[in-house]
Write a protein that binds this ligand. Structure first.
Ligand code: NAI
Length: 435
């Protein structure tokens, strides 16, 4: 992966976007002049996605930057992309007057001061589902491994022991998989497990459409009593904290297996160790822990280390090449869509507006403090200028309102004059014009 790739060099043809790229809208700035700064070796797929849309002023750097350095680096950036190691506190946002959007090329967004970004009129995007399939595949592999008793046989073989007994080894075909949390990952696991001939039951707090032949189970205890393998795919909430403790483990079938690749707080690890010690459970696969080493190389401590029949993985459920590549193109596409079109769909800190294309129309984007009467002032500006509004969208979230106005029959000098007037409204945070 080129460390400081300047895509205009890496993709010489990209300076002039290929004919097959739809350019139905342009931004007020020439795309080639929109400065994109990407840190932490964001996947090349991001740079390719930007280049294909004519964003050739992309600087990609391998490492993260500390806030003081970052504040200098973002002084003239329009778009900033980071992964999880770069912190973006309010000071960095204050030092970036031209910044229109932040992309977190990651699942989480807690590395960014989201409120400060919101107050500055900067939407933050991420890639929440790019690694869904990666987690689901790992879980499927673990189901097969656990049912065959592979973890302990493999551990024994590493020590020179030859455990060629059938033991409790079973096929997964015809066995029951219980999925707790039937969301993005849970549903994928269910479909893949059915393809292997498993029966799938699931439990969710929401009413969910059952895919394939999966059957919903009302109570968690009913799922635990029926399942040969239980896999957890819930988020971390107050309700899911310690959701699987001694009582729930006792409700599981003797000889069943538990898989947790969701969040470390969901399972009471000491209770799990006891259930394994008592041989009530035949095995487990755990990817997430209540406390995890903060860096590679730091010792991993857990009462589960002593069990050969437990697959332990260092929170890598979603870590695949495909997931990284998907994150790169997904987040870049969201940033481009916001820059080109104004759409904020899936922004984590901002009013979400999904906008159609606006051929032949000028689009005014007005980000303002969420106070009464702002839209009336915006419309006042337009009606005083005798301008006809073709369509208008307003969405508010928290302290911010986002108004999008498509107008026709105006030229570039007029839309820039309108931008000036909109800028003058007291509650304005920022305006943009797309034409
Ligand atoms: P999702 O939000 O699509 O699905 C979660 C489901 O759990 C939803 O259907 C929700 O209604 C349900 N749920 C919430 N509270 C519940 C409760 N108390 N009882 C039963 N169901 C409940 O989330 P997604 O994308 O499927 O992710 C699931 C989990 O996997 C998350 O905790 C996420 O952080 C974790 N994850 C772990 C990764 C890893 O590397 N191990 C990678 C990606 C996600």
């Amino acid at each position: 992966h080129p460390s400081a790739a300047h895509p205009s060099a890496a993709h010489p043809s990209a300076a002039h976007p290929p004919d097959n790229v739809r350019m139905s809208s342009t931004t007020s700035l020439d795309r080639a002049k929109i400065k994109v700064l990407l840190l932490e070796s964001v996947h090349e797929s991001a740079i390719r996605t930007f280049a294909a849309e004519g964003y050739t002023s992309v600087t990609a750097r391998p490492g993260s930057l500390a806030p003081a350095e970052l504040a200098r680096a973002v002084a003239d950036a329009h778009i900033l992309g980071i992964r999880s190691r770069t912190k973006i506190p309010a000071e960095v946002i204050a030092a970036a007057p031209k910044l229109i959007a932040i992309g977190c090329f990651s699942i989480g967004t807690n590395q960014v001061d989201l409120d400060a970004a919101q107050a500055a009129g900067i939407p933050v995007f991420n890639a929440p589902f790019s690694n869904t399939r990666s987690v689901a595949e790992l879980v499927i592999g673990e189901i097969v491994m656990l049912c065959r008793g592979i973890p302990e046989r493999s551990a024994a073989a590493h020590r020179g022991e030859w455990v060629k007994t059938v033991g409790g080894a079973t096929e997964v075909r015809g066995k029951t998989l219980g999925i707790v949390g039937y969301g993005h990952i849970g549903t994928q696991v269910g479909l893949l497990a059915e393809a292997l001939g498993m029966r799938v039951v699931f439990h969710d707090v929401e009413t969910k459409l059952a895919l394939g032949n999966a059957a919903a189970v009302d109570r968690l205890s009913a799922l635990l009593e029926r399942s040969d393998v239980v896999t957890l795919h819930v988020p971390e909430t107050r309700q899911t904290r310690g959701m699987i403790g001694a009582r729930e483990l006792a409700q599981m079938r003797p000889g069943a297996h538990l898989i947790n690749a969701s969040r470390g707080t969901v399972v009471d690890i000491d209770a799990l160790a006891q259930a394994l010690e008592a041989r009530h459970l035949a095995g487990a696969a755990i990817d997430v822990f209540p406390s995890e080493p903060s860096a590679s190389g730091e010792e991993f401590r857990s009462p589960l280390r002593r069990f050969d029949n437990v697959i332990l993985t260092p929170h890598i459920g979603g870590n695949t090449v495909e997931a990284q590549e998907g994150i790169g193109s997904e987040v870049a596409a969201k940033l481009i869509r916001y820059s080109d079109n104004g759409s904020t769909l899936t922004a984590v800190n901002f009013p979400e507006v999904a906008l159609p294309e606006h051929p032949g129309k000028h689009r005014l984007l007005h980000i303002h403090r969420n106070e009464p009467g702002v839209l009336a002032q915006v419309n006042g500006v337009l009606s005083r200028s005798g301008i006809n509004i073709a369509s208008q969208y307003l969405e508010t979230a928290g302290k911010v309102g986002y108004a999008v106005i498509d107008v026709d029959g105006i030229d570039r000098p007029l839309s820039l004059a309108l931008k000036k007037e909109l800028d003058a409204i007291a509650a304005t945070i920022r305006t943009r014009v797309l034409y």
